[in-house]
Design a protein around this ligand. Structure first.
Ligand code: BGC
Length: 762
């Protein structure tokens, strides 16, 4: 099998290899021993459909451990944890003989409305990239491949199979592609999955710029590109652009199109050979994994799921240290989510869990009879609950139970039908019935803790009125026990927000440009995605990006920073656990150049570390900011550029809790922009070769212009103003002005020589 390569196959065999046999498997070529392999979802556990197949999760799949979806586990900011979970998913995939797990999904959370945000890590590309790479490393450590998805700029579900994401080059590179670049370079996923949408008017499934120039030529990707399920528009154009495998099956229709295109000479056979070779290579890699016969250790993986879920919980607020609870306190558990947990999102990632923990049971396991319960509302939010009791009756019962307790713990959240793959939310509010219940409960018992279950951010209009808020996202099958661990303090919460909780949806940067119209989504906010926008606009937020509390406290020393030999920046800071409990802190480094020639956000996350600190312990935390992460994308020359100068490095506990700042001086990249007649006098004067010559030739003229008696000077307030005006004056327009004694040809020769790096003789 290993010796087989594409040229050994017939044209028909090559074409057939590059599309699926059915929903989940590739086609084999029995004649030469190429076997068929299975690819299946992903990402937060295995969804291998046993019988009937469909990609929307309707047919049930073999039981597998449901780990926290990305919205949860991303809040751990811990690549080591995510790698361990990835390895466990890899083990489960290997047991089921799955070659590729379809994940992770690392699209940027551009709007809180995206129905699939629960499957994505963050509004920030460094977080998405670092955590996505960890996930890939983990799964692939078991000899199982991954599929990094959805490539690219697939940031909404509405019209996802038709709309064009219209993104300018800088945000595209700096925000939407940066995470993908990081994962490809750091972790080499076996496959990348192109998305459904168009990017700047071109289907991603047939976009040669995206699939070949960027992914392979720039980033060095040498794996296979698979289509999202049903994303192929024109198969021949797709293969020519760098799409290797169409999934699922096309019934042979599009295979025949490839054969025909090669015969007609409209598709080079060598291009098809390349695609087929990549499928063969994938099959070979999958074949290198030894068969696994051991059964799944359900308990061990559930324990890991519990650990991961505990690490995913974000303590947003804990006024007066209301949490953790003590077992002897009388605790009223209110809310349907305590008994009917929402632990994952709907769609293709829906896992059939091996078991599911319920928070009420787990709280009772600790607090026993001290834990009372009332449903409070029906999850569907209807006026009349399934039990036949009205919303008023349910509320009255809950209020009575809360009033009789020392502390009320209210489980609020979004009904499953509100967030799913395939459509977006229309608002970010919790159901009105739940908000009304909460008002009544706080009135009855001010010592109220809110526990949230939601895959996308929700508005928290009550944030000032309740003393404690626990964001428990969607936590996977062990979420119920993990919540109990955190509420009773056996686990000290350490999660932090990977996305901003805005005051209002209207404050979000994509507002007005989401979800687009008539097939186009204009990414009008440009670079200012997430916290970059709220900071640039000076907007209040309910909870900032990077925020999360602990039952202990952390003190930061003064940071120091240095530039390493390879150009990376090393930041060091002492962090002390100043409380009496062991805990974990996510230390963050935000960076901004003091001056820049391009637009910059006030601060951008560039490094982070999750650090375990015993009570009283001090550690020096070292964080590395990669030099390449300082770069902006220069649209003039189509490449990354690190600007020279002073950079402010902020060591922080959140994007709005900066603990220490330090400056570091960075040597910039050499950037010489080719000169043209449209180049400004400022650009030409700054050019190392042309500058001195032009100053010599024009010096007199420029001096005359700013002289007190010239007519030009009389229109400007002073020399400085005149210099500023001239700095952006195109050099070509100056030729022929009275006093400018150079010809068009002379200037053109000078520019050509300067661009070629030659100093003209005269
Ligand atoms: C989703 C992918 C998924 C695929 C297979 C598509 O609808 O967008 O994320 O991997 O189906 O289920």
């Amino acid at each position: 099998m290993t010796e087989i390569s594409a040229p050994d196959l017939t044209l028909e065999e090559k074409a057939s290899l590059t599309s699926g046999a059915d929903f989940w498997t590739t086609k084999g070529v029995g004649r030469v021993g190429i076997r068929s392999v299975m690819m299946t979802d992903g990402p937060h556990g295995l969804r291998k459909q046993a019988g009937g197949t469909d990609h929307l999760g309707l047919a049930s799949s073999v039981p597998a451990t449901c780990f926290p979806p990305a919205v949860g586990i991303g809040s751990s900011w811990d690549p080591e944890l995510i790698e361990r979970v990835g390895a466990a998913i890899g083990v489960e995939a290997a047991i089921e003989d799955v070659a590729v797990v379809l994940g992770p999904g690392i699209n940027i959370k551009r709007s809180p409305l995206c129905g699939r945000n629960f499957e994505y890590f963050s509004e920030d590309p460094i977080v998405s990239g670092v955590l996505g790479a960890a996930s890939v490393r983990g799964v692939q450590s078991q000899g199982v491949g991954t599929s990094l998805k959805h490539f690219a700029a697939n940031n909404q579900e509405f019209d996802r199979m038709r709309a064009s994401s219209d993104v300018d080059p800088r945000p595209l590179r700096e925000i939407y592609l940066r995470g993908f670049e990081r994962v490809v370079k750091d972790a080499a996923p076996w496959t990348v999955m192109c998305s459904y949408n168009k990017l700047n008017g071109v289907w991603t499934s047939e976009n040669p710029w995206l699939l070949t120039s960027v992914l392979r030529d720039d980033w060095g990707f040498d794996g296979l590109v698979v289509s999202d399920w049903g994303a192929v528009n024109d198969r021949v154009a797709g293969v020519a652009a760098g799409l290797d495998l169409e999934m699922p099956a096309s019934g042979g229709r599009t295979d025949a199109q490839l054969v025909e295109a090669v015969r007609a000479g409209t598709l080079d056979e060598a291009v098809l050979d390349t695609a087929a070779s990549r499928v063969i290579d994938l099959v070979r890699k999958a074949g290198e994994r030894p068969a696994v016969s051991a059964p799944l250790d359900v308990d061990a993986h559930h324990t890991l799921a519990r650990e991961a879920a505990g690490r995913s919980i974000v303590l947003l607020k804990n006024h007066g240290s209301l949490l953790p609870l003590a077992p002897e306190q009388r605790v009223a558990v209110i809310g349907a989510f305590a008994t009917e947990p929402r632990f994952q999102g709907a769609g293709s990632s829906l896992i059939n869990p091996t078991r599911v923990d319920r928070a009420l049971d787990e709280l009772r396991a600790v607090g026993g009879d001290n834990v009372s319960h009332a449903a409070g509302f029906s999850v569907e939010g209807g006026a009349v609950a399934a039990s036949g009791r009205s919303a008023d009756e349910l509320r009255a019962e809950a209020v009575a139970v809360a009033a009789a307790a020392d502390v009320a713990v209210v489980f609020l959240g979004l009904p499953a039908a509100e967030e799913s793959e395939g459509f977006d939310r229309e608002h970010i509010d919790l159901p009105a019935v739940q908000l009304a219940l909460l008002e009544a409960l706080v009135e009855a018992n001010p010592r109220t803790v809110v526990v949230l279950s939601n895959g996308g951010v929700v508005a928290l209009p009550f944030a000032d009125r309740v003393p404690a808020i626990v964001e428990s996202w969607l936590l996977g099958q062990a979420g119920g026990s993990a919540v109990a661990d955190v509420l009773y303090g056996t686990v000290n919460p350490s999660g932090k927000l990977t996305e901003t909780v805005p005051v209002r949806l209207e404050d979000n940067p994509s507002f007005g440009n989401f979800p687009g119209e008539f097939g186009h989504v204009r990414y009008g906010e440009g670079l200012l995605v997430g916290y970059r926008w709220y900071d640039a606009k000076g907007l209040d937020v309910t909870f900032p990006f990077g925020h999360g509390l602990s039952y202990t406290t952390f003190a930061y020393g003064d940071a120091t920073a240095s530039v390493e030999a390879d150009g990376d920046l090393r930041v060091r800071v002492e962090v002390t656990n100043t409380g009496d409990r062991d805990g974990r802190e996510v230390v963050q480094v935000y960076v901004a150049p003091e001056r820049s020639i391009v637009q910059r956000a006030p601060r951008e996350l560039k490094a982070f570390a999750s650090v375990a600190l015993a009570a009283g312990e001090t550690r020096t935390v070292e964080l590395v900011v990669r030099r390449e992460d300082l770069a902006y994308w220069d649209v003039r020359i189509d490449r990354w550029v690190v600007e020279g100068g002073e950079y402010r490095m902020e060591v922080a506990a959140s994007s709005r809790d900066i603990r220490s700042s330090v400056r570091v001086s960075v040597v910039g990249d050499d950037v010489v922009i080719p000169l043209t007649l449209s180049s400004s006098i400022g650009d030409v004067v700054a050019h190392p070769i042309a500058g001195p010559i032009v100053m010599g030739a024009l010096g007199g003229f420029l001096g005359e212009l700013s002289g007190a008696d010239s007519s030009a000077a009389s229109m400007m307030p002073n020399d400085e103003a005149m210099e500023k005006m001239m700095a952006s004056f195109p050099i070509g327009r100056l030729i022929g002005f009275p006093g400018v004694d150079v010809s068009h040809e002379q200037v053109e020769q000078l520019l050509a020589a300067a661009n070629a790096g030659e100093v003209p003789s005269e």
